[in-house]
Each structure stands twice: as C-alpha cells, then as structure tokens.
Design a protein around this ligand. Structure first.
Ligand code: NAI
Length: 703
C-alpha cells in the first residue's frame, strides 16, 4: 500500500494499483491521493524491469469520485500557487504512468466521474464494468469547473475537438457504461468483475508495446487541420446558445480545448491547469458546487424529511389525465409503480395514456429503453373513467383543473374507494393545502405534491406541508418523489407556496417593464444575459396569460399576502381582453407562434406602453427581475414558507430557472457585492427609483 493506493505485483509481473482511500466512502483527488500516486509511479518506474503491465482499479463501490469538493470550495485567490503545484504533480504522475513503457489498463469497476475518468483516460485501454447505477463522464461544467487533471486535453485528443466539446465536455452528461463506449470514452463494457480483470490481463498480454496515440510518431488530433480551422469560427456563437448567461466554465472549457489543439500535449496540460485554477479560485464555482453538489445532496438525502418509517406506495391513482396528470402517470409507471389514470371520460383518460406512449416511443428511439420495456411500462397504466377502478390504490395524486370546489369534489368521490390510510396528494400549483385539506376526512394524510411541466423532464418536486399534514404523509410523499426520480424540496403552506409565488414576482416585474415602454426584445435579452434559461415574456406565454390572471385574481380574492398592483396586471388584461392573445397554446401571446417555430415577438407590444419610454440601464432591468424574486424568497424565509435555505436555493434553480451561476436565490443575496447588507442597500436604491415593492424586509437580509 502506498497511502491511498494499493500496490500489488501479481502473477506474470502485472501490477494492480487499487485506489482505496482509507476511511473515505469514495476516492477523491485529494492531496493524499496525489502523494500516493507519486509514490506508486515512483515504484513502478523503479521496478519497471520486473513489470509486464499495470491494472488501475478501485476497492470502493465507485471507481473514483472526482475532485475533493469540500477542499475545492474553500480555495481563495491566495491558494492559486498551491493549487497549480498540486495539479501539476497530479498531471505529471499520470503522464509518467502513460509513458511507463508498459501497457496500463483501467478496470473501471463503478462510476468514473471527473477525476476518475481523467485517471482512466491516462491509461492505454479502458474496460468498464456495467455495474448498477454506474456513470461515466465529466460533470465539471455543471459545477462551474472544467476537468483540469488532463480531462479536457486528453478528451480532445481522443475524440477530436467537435465531439469532445459538444458531446462530452460542455454537456456534463453522465453516461451509462454502454453509452460511454459508444461515445468513445471507454473501449469495452463487461458484465462481471472477473471478466473485467481477465480482460485487462489479456489486453496487457496482447499489447506489450502499448502507448498513447498522442505519444506515437505522426499523431494528429482527429479532425485537426483544415477541418478544425473551418469549425472554429462557429464555436463562440454555438457556445453562447449553450451557456445562457454568465457561466464562465463553458467559456474556459472552450478556451482550454481550442488553445490546447495549437500546442503539444504537455503545454496543453499546463494551459488547462491555468483555466481550472482561475475557476476554482472564483466565486461562481463555489456557488454552483454549494448548490448543485452539497445542497442537492442534502435535499435528495432527505434533510427536510421526518425520520419515520414509511410504507412504500405501490399503486397510485392519478386524477385528471391532462398535461400534468398524464406526465405524472408516466413518471410513476416508468419507476415501476402501478397507475390508475382517471378522467371524466374514458377518451380523456386514454389521451393521457397515449401521451405516456408517445414519451416511451421517444425513449425507445433514443435507445434508453427497449420496446419490451416500454410495453411493460405502458401496461402499468390503466386509463379509466370509473371511480371503482381506484380500489386498492395506496396513494392518489390529484391533477384536475385549478378549482378548489372541483378538487374538494374529486377527493370526496375517491376517498371511500382507496386503500385505508392512502396518501392524499394534490398537484395544485397555487391553492393553499390547508384549505384543500378541509375537504377530506383524513387531513393528516393530505399533502401538496407540486410537479413541474413537462413532468418527464423537470427534476423538481415541491412538497407542500399543510397545517394539519402529518409526518407520516410527508415521509411517504418524499419517498414516492425520490422513487420516481425527482428532487423533492419541502416547504410550508401558503398561496403559491415557494416556487409559484416567487416566479410570479419575476413575471410581473418583467411584464411591467412593457408598460414602462421598455422594448420587448430588451426585456428578453436582459433576462437571458443575466442567466435565465428563458425570457420572461416567452415564459409567460408558456404558462398562459389566462392562468397568470386567474392566479392573480385568486390572490386578490383571498387577500392573503401583499400583492402590489403593478402595471403588469393592466398589460395582461389588455392582452387578453383587447387583443385575444392568451399565450403559446393558442399560437399567440407576447410572441406569434407560426408553424411550431420558437415564435417572434408580436409587433403590437410597443403599443402597450402607458408611460413614455425612459432609458433604463441594463443592470437595472436585470436586477429588478432578480431582486423581485430574491426579495420574495427572503419573505418566504421570514414567513416560514421555506424550511431551509437549501430548499429555497434548489427550488429556485431546478424549478423556476433562477440563474445557475448564483447557486440559488438565497445564495445570491449572500454573495451580492457587500453581502446581505450590500443587497439590502441596493434594494433600497431600487425601491426609490422603481417602487416600494423593492423595500427589503425588516429582518436582516442574511440567512
Ligand atoms: P389540464 O387542463 O391539462 O388537465 C386537467 C384534466 O383534469 C383534464 O383532462 C380534465 O378533463 C380533468 N378533469 C376535470 N375534472 C375532473 C374530474 N372530476 N375527475 C377527473 N378528471 C377531471 O390541466 P393541467 O395543466 O394538467 O393542470 C392540472 C393541475 O395541475 C392544476 O391544479 C394545475 O394548477 C396544476 N399544475 C399545472 C402546471 C402546469 O404547468 N400546467 C404545473 C404544476 C401544477
């Protein structure tokens, strides 16, 4: 053993290096790893004459987990020299390994993400075990980082610039072993550990002179030369499309990849280090690691879930086979649950099942599911108009129209038929759960399970706890959400809960700008440049102006919570009443949608201005949108709607598209220039210019 790496010289002179960081659940690229790898490679070089080959594998369930994130998140600009030195050592050792003059095979026994894949790419041959849940890829970009232990450099040299960037490095995709083989990242996929090790020995025996392609004479990067020169000008434009806003990591990946193609491999590795160190010592990677790794893990591990035993749900009734109900039925069936999908007519229920069939067809087309598997999923969905078919269901998820009286009626109708103690959940997007629960006989079992559209693609589930919801129902809803692959945040009750309420502020603020005479393209561009995935006017069309108005009226009628009268309301009324432009589904809203295209902004929008257009600085446009949301998130925290900052940050990132570089709506307040006090000062300034709604809440803006 050399520190975290086992060294075992076996029969025939094959050395097995076993990655096995003692006391850690997974191997990471820590300082201990770096020291051990140096010692292991020193010994390989010293004993080279007795060695015929090397197998690199792991004693953990995963092959190697990647970077040491708890360490990375602490890096400050003052740490840059030390980080550079560490990365230089790690890379030099991998370089020595691939130039040992002996065949080196990676026996990838489990997930190899980030640093794990970088170690594997420094081997001459890669054999991956098809272990359950195993994933291979470079998720760095999703954490604001780049694979800087040779990942960018070697992937480009293996796959060529175009494939490396667009299939692997800029997507952050985590591939199953077979998909990683198809993408060219691994060479073989096997079913058992024995096959993997036997395969590694056989490859070593057959390739005594193994060397990396880039260390052979005459090597050229695939697609390099004239082809590459022709591709390069298109990259910045393509990149702008992919990176949506102020994300420095994709830019750094592009730069490291392109610059790396112009120089030799060792220089390229140095260039890559420089870019990684600048990302590591900046704030954005810290925000993104904090949210997309630590918060996400805490939320998924159930930080907000009570610790009670749950009886897992097996048979789910979904009420309403519309857009949401059909999506929920699909997600449940795909996760192996039996689903009864009920609507008012058999035809409507069948349409919901047909939607699931279409989604399954797409999965088969993409090779994610075989036709038999798809047929089995579809068989689990029983469409019906008969309430009797719900007999024995141990959970119900209601997704009928957003009307409290109708929701009360459908629960009253189905409750007697369900299994005793069944979970009673509503997918309402705004109605308070406590009020809806008055319609059922067991309010302790009643809970909100707010899914997002399209359900098959949106990862978030907002679980809403009413005043009388019991712990057992919460734990069960959480368990159900996780089983169907969603990330569940848990919030307390309130009109619009957390996500619908906060996104409403965003839409109102942006639509108000139209009344102020801000040109519509400027509003959309300001949001996209701030890092929102969609412009607010396009989003409003998706949601539909009819629904936006209905929700506003419910807020006004209920009189709960402050709901400032904004120019946005008059704009929405005029769009609906004067211009009959309700949104995307109708083909006309803020945009005109001809022939299924993305739409063009409706030229009539300029006439909606009620104030003379004044020049508003871009930063004010952007911060009005971001502050509208973050101030409301602070109110949600102060009012107890939010149970934790992690729930708020993850909810804002995965549910409502708050700019990813911030690491979430509450982290944005924390990280604003000058901290929470700086945020409050800027809010006060916005309040003076644009209205009282920006006045910061009396409680400090800190967490
Ligand atoms: P939808 O209009 O597409 O579907 C509603 C379905 O309910 C229709 O198929 C209708 O026939 C059916 N229905 C009506 N009365 C029924 C009854 N008595 N029994 C059984 N089925 C009945 O509506 P959508 O968009 O699917 O919304 C459903 C619920 O989900 C609403 O509460 C909405 O607020 C909520 N929601 C909607 C989201 C969205 O993006 N559209 C997002 C999250 C929640």
């Amino acid at each position: 053993m050399t520190g975290t790496i086992g060294y075992d010289c076996g029969p025939g002179g094959v050395v097995t290096l076993t990655l096995d960081d003692p006391g850690q659940a997974a191997n990471t690229m820590s300082r201990a790893y770096a020291a051990s790898m140096t010692a292991a490679v020193d010994r390989l070089e010293a004993e080279r004459d007795e060695i015929t080959g090397v197998i690199v594998t792991s004693a953990k369930r995963t092959f190697f987990a990647g970077g040491d994130l708890p360490e990375m998140i602490k890096a400050t600009p003052a740490d840059a020299p030390a980080l550079t030195a560490l990365l230089t050592t790690i890379k030099a050792d991998l370089r020595r390994l691939e130039q040992l003059g002996r065949p080196v095979v990676a026996a990838i026994n489990g997930s190899a993400l980030g640093g794990g894949l970088e170690i594997a790419l420094a081997c001459h041959h890669r054999i991956a075990l098809d272990a359950p849940g195993s994933r291979i890829g470079f998720p760095e970009v999703t954490l604001g980082l780049l694979p800087g232990a040779g990942g960018v450099t070697r992937t480009v040299r293996m796959l060529g610039l175009a494939d490396a960037l667009t299939n692997i490095l800029l997507t952050g995709r985590q591939l199953r072993p077979a998909a990683a083989r198809d993408a060219g990242l691994v060479d073989e996929v096997v079913d058992t550990a024995e096959e993997m090790l036997a395969g590694a020995r056989a490859w070593i025996a057959a390739h005594p002179g193994a060397a990396q392609p880039w260390d052979r004479p005459g090597y050229r990067i695939p697609g390099a030369g004239r082809e590459l020169a022709a591709q390069l000008p298109a990259y910045p434009a393509n990149l702008r499309k992919q990176l949506k806003g102020r994300l420095p990591a994709p830019e750094a990946i592009l730069a490291a990849a392109v610059e790396g193609t112009q120089v030799d491999l060792d220089t390229a590795l140095t260039v890559e280090t420089r870019y990684l160190v600048s990302l590591l010592t900046g704030q954005i990677a810290k925000n993104m690691i904090g949210a997309f790794f630590f918060d996400l893990k805490a939320v998924n591990d159930g930080a907000s879930r009570p610790d009670v035993e749950v009886a897992p749900v097996t048979r789910v009734a979904v009420l309403g086979a519309g857009m949401m109900g059909a999506g929920i039925a699909y997600a449940c069936a795909r996760a192996g649950l039996q689903v009864v999908l009920k609507d008012v007519t058999a035809e409507a229920a069948e349409r919901g099942r047909a939607h699931a069939e279409k989604l399954l067809g797409r999965e088969v087309g993409k090779g994610r599911l075989d036709p038999d598997g798809a047929a089995a999923v579809l068989r689990r969905i029983t469409p019906t108009a008969d309430v009797g078919a719900l007999a024995g269901c141990d959970a119900v998820i209601e997704a009928v129209f957003e009307d409290p009286a109708l929701k009360h009626a459908v629960f009253a109708e189905v409750e007697p038929v369900l299994a005793p103690g069944a979970l009673l959940a509503s997918n309402t997007s705004t109605l308070p759960i406590t009020g809806l629960a008055t319609g059922v006989s067991r309010p302790a079992d009643f809970i909100g399970m707010h899914f997002f559209s399209p359900v098959d693609r949106m990862p978030l589930l907002e679980i809403v706890v009413g005043a009388r919801t019991g712990d057992a129902a919460l734990a069960r809803a959480f368990d159900l959400g996780r089983r169907i692959g969603k990330t569940p945040i848990v919030v307390n009750d309130g009109r619009g809960f957390f996500t619908s309420r906060v996104i409403g502020r965003f839409l109102d603020e942006a639509i108000s700008m139209l009344a102020e005479g801000v040109p519509a393209p400027s509003i959309e561009q300001a949001a996209l440049q701030a890092g929102y995935p969609t412009g607010p006017l396009a989003l409003a069309d998706e949601v539909s102006l009819t629904l936006i108005r209905r929700i506003r009226r419910q807020f006004e009628a209920a009189g709960d919570g402050d709901f400032p009268v904004l120019p946005a309301h008059a704009v929405v009324d005029r769009m609906l009443d004067e211009h009959d432009r309700p949104g995307r589904a109708a083909g006309r809203g803020f945009y005109d949608y001809g022939g299924g295209s993305r739409g063009r902004l409706w030229p009539g929008l300029a006439a909606l201005a009620t104030a003379p257009g004044r020049a508003i600085p871009l930063i004010d446009l952007q911060e009005r949108m971001m502050f509208a949301e973050s101030l409301d998130a602070l109110r949600c925290r102060d009012e107890g709607v939010l149970r934790s900052a992690a729930d708020g940050d993850i909810g804002s990132l995965l549910g409502i598209g708050f700019p990813a570089w911030t690491g979430g709506v509450l982290r944005y307040v924390q990280q604003y220039a000058g901290g929470p006090a700086g945020f409050a000062a800027r809010a006060t300034e916005l309040a003076k210019t644009y209205g009282d709604r920006f006045t910061p809440p009396p409680a400090s803006a800190g967490r």
